[in-house]
Design a protein around this ligand. Structure first.
Ligand code: ARG
Length: 472
């Protein structure tokens, strides 16, 4: 059977037998790359410009192709195309759109769309456009999450909690300081997305054809310009073989969900009755089918779980390139599948995170309950001894001994301990914080939990966010 009886195949002239149906289905990527439809469409519109610009097709044919593509654009926008594409039996979205254009142009104009084009440069260009689009969406997600965290931080500049390391009480911090620590990574992620966007739009692969460029006079600049790329790619083989943009964006997403998962892990613990620092809203909590009293923080647990899944997919995408020769290999279809899956899953994970976060109430009294306990002011007392002339080692040993004694007596450190420490170092007038508020207020370094430093950080983060809004 030749290709003429198999319109869904983009090849076949040299074969006498049809492909095995199972192998054809195994090689299909349509379900994975339906999400690429709008980008492949833009890519096809740009290719028509390249064909017309090079005089390969005349303006009437270009208009016919543009008009067919316009119809497909409408079908993609209203969702109809997905049914058409799935029913077409096409291997991938690129073939499905090409087949639909040929069907719409009844006079054979559609057969010109693929002149001078390979699916290799088509896939590469489509993926670059998709990656750039998702990088912008990644920036939006990060900005949204950082904004939620900042808004809550402004409500809690005076709420105190026991900052922990190793989950053990360490030093008092303000809740605002913790929330800002949670927000900072999302600003860094936004920068990562901005960089990935710029890189994706740097050079246009379209016109690279299969790997060697084309003998047809394609107007590559016209295509690149229409798609918004800064220039045309410099090496056809590199252009069709690289998946850098997809991997960079998948990595930026994978990093963001890891940041989200770390915040989730604290919130999950804070939502337990033992802490009770936070209460999840009804809209983001789940109950138990058996235990009537339950209020479970499922969205935060699911975000934490999804982070592993997204990393597995993103790392699968990168590792699918290991040892692959230059140019195109069908393995790259796997890279595409995993990269897209990582990105799409990450986008819904980040919006779930942001929704659940916005529905979380922080309870100041519960937060403060543990802030001064567990000897969290010990470091401030040691700092005070150093200020009065003790060496760091001496101060550490003396305060450590005072903590040991207080622990035996089942009490916190108090003014009597300060008096004894003062005598031990021959100091007069030793003042040191004995509660969380005083400890926080005593910090004087830039970037600390001190109220003035926290205020400065809030203002700086707001300015950064504004800056991002202007670039979006
Ligand atoms: N379905 C393939 C993909 O998405 C299309 C690439 C076709 N190129 C080729 N040389 N077979 O990667």
């Amino acid at each position: 059977m030749s290709q003429h009886t198999q319109p869904h195949l983009q090849w076949g002239g040299r074969f006498t037998a049809p492909p095995d149906a199972h192998l054809l289905a195994f090689g299909a990527s349509l379900q994975d790359d339906l999400v690429l439809a709008p980008f492949d469409l833009a890519c096809s519109q740009a290719h028509v410009d390249a064909l017309a610009g090079g005089g390969i097709i005349d303006s009437a044919r270009a208009a016919a192709l543009h008009s067919a593509l316009g119809i497909v654009e409408g079908e993609i926008a209203d969702g109809r195309f997905f049914t058409t594409a799935t029913a077409s039996g096409a291997e991938d979205i690129h073939g499905a759109i090409d087949a639909r254009v040929r069907e719409l142009c009844q006079n054979g104009d559609g057969d010109w769309l693929h002149a001078g084009r390979s699916r290799n440069d088509q896939v590469a260009t489509t993926l670059a456009l998709y990656s750039a689009d998702r990088a912008t969406r990644g920036m939006h997600h990060c900005r949204e999450i950082a904004t939620v965290l900042l808004d809550v931080a402004e409500l809690h500049e005076h709420t105190v909690i026991a900052g922990t390391t190793h989950w053990q009480p360490a030093q008092p911090i303000s809740l605002a300081f913790w929330l800002l620590a949670a927000a900072e990574p999302f600003l860094r992620s936004a920068t990562r997305f901005a960089q990935a966007h710029a890189d994706a739009m740097r050079s246009c692969p379209l016109g690279s054809a299969a790997l060697a460029g084309s003998s047809l006079p394609l107007d590559r600049n016209a295509a690149a310009k229409r798609l918004g790329f800064a220039s045309v790619s410099r090496n056809a083989m590199d252009a069709i073989g690289t998946r850098d943009s997809l991997l960079d964006v998948a990595n930026a997403f994978a990093r963001s969900v890891v940041d989200a998962s770390r915040v989730c892990s604290e919130l999950i613990i804070w939502a337990t009755p033992a802490f009770g620092y936070v209460r999840l809203g009804d809209a983001s909590s789940t109950g138990s089918s058996l235990m009537p009293q339950k209020r479970n923080p499922d969205p935060f647990e699911l975000v934490r779980g999804a982070a592993s899944e997204i990393h597995a997919l993103a790392s699968g995408a990168v590792t699918s390139l290991i040892g692959l020769g230059l140019s195109y290999h069908r393995d790259l279809q796997q890279t595409k599948r995993m990269g897209i899956a990582a990105i799409e899953r990450a986008m819904c994970t980040l919006s779930a995170f942001s929704l659940a976060l916005a529905d979380t109430t922080f309870l100041p009294e519960a937060c403060a309950r543990l802030a001064s306990g567990g000897y969290t002011v010990a470091t401030d007392i040691a700092d005070a001894l150093i200020t009065h002339g003790a060496s760091a080692r001496q101060a550490h040993a003396l305060v450590g001994a005072a903590v040991g004694l207080a622990e035996q007596q089942e009490r916190e450190l108090d003014v009597h301990d300060l008096a004894k420490l003062s005598i031990a170092i021959h100091a007069t007038n030793l003042h040191a914080p004995l509660d969380a508020q005083a400890s926080i207020a005593a910090k004087i370094t830039a970037g600390s939990t001190a109220p003035s430093a926290v205020r400065a950080e809030i203002d700086a983060l707001r300015a950064d966010l504004l800056q991002f809004e202007m670039t979006l």
